[in-house]
Design a protein around this ligand. Structure first.
Ligand code: MCN
Ligand code: CUM
Length: 787
């Protein structure tokens, strides 16, 4: 009789264990950066530029210095004396910390004040007199490359225009041939607008330089503490072992907390200059106007089609607006992120992608907001193109997709852009989704409704996401390879401390990581403490973004647990007085193969590691593991939305949204569902209401919550989630794939396609997001595309 523990009872793999971190979050006992209070701490505020493009003629700080309680007024000129007016970005560009020559976007950091309290600092910022000479403003890629356009980055030697890169991938000649053979060519122009993640907590830091020990400690809102440590070491020219980055609780990141911001650098520099702790906490407008934007990409696309519905080739040109500094945190090999992960689930013989990145007078942006390095754009464009191609052919949306899907037995599949998709079941997911939404039935209802003047629509979107950068052959940031790590200490009573190089911002790592240990070792999850985010204690990690934590750090947790189990097996053999080969494992216990009743628990092995180890064995039960994934993980999903559009007002309501997510083995199904619901809510927000943009003068429209809308429970529709299809990752030790961004990546096209389907009779090919009522109304009324 097996005496294995019941995995569900100990909180192992597949258990919907309640989130342990919520215990402190919902009691108001979280410890966020703004909760950090140090003795003698001062407060920093930033003066931001009101103009989008202007030469700085003079900065007069004398009125600010005169205000009682002001300790330091820092300008770019002063920062330059420390070589800190500029800093390197994560994409091999430079970014102004405090402006010296020009301001290049509205909200750019011009100066900062440190004072006894934040109110004095704010008042003093307003007392700084800056004289600007306005310059012509560029707010889109078209203007950026126009004849005679002002050069935004005239600080860079050799930069003549505003182009950052021209990049291409795929098979141009093969694609040209496919287009020559095509029966029909379907074209579409799209814009994925700028969006902003807007986490509840803004960015901030408390920098504490101790002159006596020469140690710099920085508490800060970062998704990647070790990368920040390396960056601070390079920028501030401080030795890495004397820098400690602590990322305490984070109130949402969504990619907003990956970049290095001037505010962090200012807090650090001011702490070094004043030898006092300095706190910088951004306000909401500062966050919305200046930090980590996403998307802002224009697409020109063509699809070569055979009359029977087969896709023969795809041609894509993308223009990406990066704002004034190219600061994307993304793998250095790929200039436009993983945009070329498009069309990974469709069997397409030839494809070619060209991409151009340009500067503009906007805040830096591109990669943020649940995007996995621009897979958001890849999937949105892909599914809008597929929708339009099916419509152009007069084919059924579902059938067109089915016909072109990579079949389940054809994996591993090499995509036309070179990725190797190792697993997936696109058709099975589509079938579950169609059944759940009642596809045939809805098509009939739609026809019926139309005869009464009601506009119903159905939109399908699929999502294939390359998650878990790296493998280190292809993925690095600033030359640092993308692997991840875990360190596990099993104490003598069998309780454990797990330290991981990733950093949760709300995803629930403290809960789920313990479940992996529990699955591997049979130690109850409640007996495992999880720690992340302190570079002095956590093993080196590349941080949490691109839903890479489960694929990479999660795998490292499995591997370190297995190392511990291997040593525990030796201890078990010693305790049971048999040879190691005669020892078997079942969850929580080793036993003698020939006498299953004779066994020892993992806790007994732990005790022996400290009190009764065999001769010659090193004491202790601790280890670490680094995991360098051989491939990405490839989750797949199908999202289907049904909507009704009001023809009089353009308002649209979601009738139903069905989500079928295959993210491999689920560690914690409840947390996975939370991730999917959150992602769908954001997808709905982006498609329906989230509007943040820049007018012709470069003024940010949407830098407050009256213009930039966050959906509440009232606006958000209900979602029906399905988990029937499970395709384990073939290389991940527990078969898990990432999931954190999937629904935000794949969701928007489902809503947009549904609205486009509802107004299909008008001949309108596209309305750009967000599909605000006035835009939909305009399309219905004037029967033209709306951008
Ligand atoms: N999980 C699981 N089983 C799987 C996959 C994941 O149980 N097969 C669990 C994980 O253990 C983890 C959570 O789901 O607790 C998300 O895991 P993963 O997909 O690995 O993503 P990351 O942990 O790397 O999180 C990053 C991802 C990104 S890039 C953005 S952006 C985003 C997202 O997570 N930001 C978030 N979800 C967020 N959720 C919250 N609450 N807050 C954010 O800032
Ligand atoms: Cu692109 S947002 Mo997440 O990868 O942190």
């Amino acid at each position: 009789m097996s005496q294995a523990l019941d995995e569900n009872k100990i909180g192992g793999l597949g258990a919907s264990r309640k989130r342990v971190e919520d215990n402190r979050f919902i009691r108001g006992r979280g410890n966020y950066t703004d909760d950090i209070v140090l003795p003698g701490m001062l407060h920093l505020e930033i003066l931001r530029s009101p103009l989008a493009h202007a030469r700085i003629k003079s900065i007069d700080t004398s009125r600010a210095w005169a205000i009682p309680g002001v300790r330091l007024v820092l300008t770019g000129e002063m920062a330059a004396t420390r070589n800190l007016a500029w800093m390197p970005t994560l994409s091999y560009d430079t970014q102004a910390v405090l402006a010296t020559d020009k301001v290049r976007f509205q909200g750019q950091e011009v100066a900062c004040v440190v004072a006894d309290d934040p109110y004095i600092a704010k008042d003093a910022c307003e007392a700084i007199d800056v004289e600007y000479e306005p310059l012509p403003v560029i707010v889109n890629p078209l203007q950026a490359v126009a004849e005679g356009a002002p050069v935004i980055r005239d600080d860079k030697a050799g930069q003549t225009g505003n182009v950052i890169y021209d990049w291409e991938v795929g098979d141009k000649a093969g694609t040209d041939r496919a287009f020559e053979r095509a029966d029909r060519i379907s074209k579409l122009r799209l814009h994925y607008p700028r969006s902003h993640p807007s986490p509840i907590e803004c960015c901030g830091a408390v920098a504490d330089f101790d002159r006596a020990t020469s140690k710099l400690t920085v508490y800060m809102t970062t998704q990647a503490p070790h990368i920040i440590r390396a960056a601070v070491s390079m920028v501030a020219e401080l030795p890495e072992h004397l820098i400690r980055i602590i990322s305490p609780d984070i109130g949402g990141g969504f990619g907003n907390k990956v970049p290095v911001y001037p505010g962090y650098v200012c807090a650090i520099l001011c702490s070094i200059l004043l030898e006092r702790p300095v706190k910088w906490i951004e306000d909401k407008t500062g966050n919305l106007i200046s930090t980590g934007f996403a998307r802002d990409m224009y697409l020109d696309s063509e699809m070569a089609l055979r009359e029977d519905g087969k896709i023969l080739g795809v041609r894509i040109h993308a223009d990406a607006d990066h704002g004034a500094f190219f600061a994307d945190a993304q793998p250095s090999k790929f200039k436009i992120g993983l945009l070329h992960s498009a069309f990974a689930c469709y069997d397409i013989p030839a494809a070619h992608l060209t991409a151009r990145g340009t500067y503009s007078n906007k805040a830096p942006g591109g990669v943020a907001y649940r995007c996995s390095f621009r897979v958001t754009e890849a999937m949105f464009f892909q599914e809008r193109m597929v929708h339009q191609a099916a419509a152009d052919l007069g084919m059924d949306q579902a059938e067109f997709r089915r016909l072109n899907f990579v079949k389940a037995d054809a994996f591993p599949h090499r995509t036309p852009f070179g990725f190797l998709v190792d697993s997936g079941q696109p058709e099975a997911c589509l079938d579950v989704g169609l059944k759940a939404v009642g596809y045939e039935d809805f098509l009939r209802q739609k026809e019926e409704a139309r005869s009464h003047g009601r506009l119903l629509g159905i939109g399908i979107s699929t999502m294939t996401e390359p998650l878990g950068a790296g493998n280190s052959r292809e993925y690095d940031i600033l030359g640092i390879k993308m692997f991840d790590s875990a360190e596990l200490r099993v104490h003598m009573t069998g309780k454990a401390l797990l330290r991981v190089g990733a950093k949760s911002q709300g995803q629930g790592h403290e809960t789920t990581w313990a479940q992996i240990v529990s699955h591997e070792l049979g130690i109850p999850a409640d007996d495992v403490t999880v720690e992340e985010g302190d570079t002095d204690t956590a093993p080196f990690g590349m941080g949490t973004y691109a839903s890479r934590s489960t694929p990479v750090a999660g795998a490292a947790i499995s591997m370190v647990s297995r190392k511990i189990r291997a040593k525990a097996r030796k201890l078990a053999a010693h305790l049971l007085e048999v040879s190691e080969e005669d020892v078997e494992w079942e969850l929580g216990r080793f036993f003698v193969r020939s006498a299953p009743g004779r066994g020892v628990t993992i806790q007994e092995c732990a005790m022996a590691a400290y009190g009764n180890m065999p001769d010659g064995m090193e004491p202790g039960l601790e280890n670490n593991a680094y995991y360098d994934p051989p491939n990405l993980t490839w989750p797949f999903a199908v999202y289907i939305a049904t909507v009704e559009v009001d023809p009089e007002t353009g308002v649209w309501d979601v009738l139903n949204l069905v989500a079928v997510d295959d993210c491999g083995v689920r560690i914690n199904p409840m947390i996975v569902e939370g991730q999917i619901m959150g992602g769908l809510t954001e997808a709905y927000a982006m498609s329906n209401m989230q509007f943040i943009t820049f007018d012709a003068e470069g003024n940010c429209v949407g830098s407050n919550y009256l213009d930039y809308l966050l959906p509440t429970a009232w606006e958000t529709p209900g979602f029906e989630l399905h988990s029937e299809v499970v395709t384990p990752s073939p290389h991940h030790p527990i078969g898990a794939k990432g999931v954190g961004e999937c629904a935000a990546v794949g969701g928007p096209a489902a809503f947009v396609n549904a609205v486009m389907d509802a107004i299909g009779d008008t001949g309108v090919r596209n309305i750009d997001m967000p599909l605000l009522p006035d835009r939909v109304w305009e399309a219905l009324r004037y029967r033209h595309d709306v951008s």
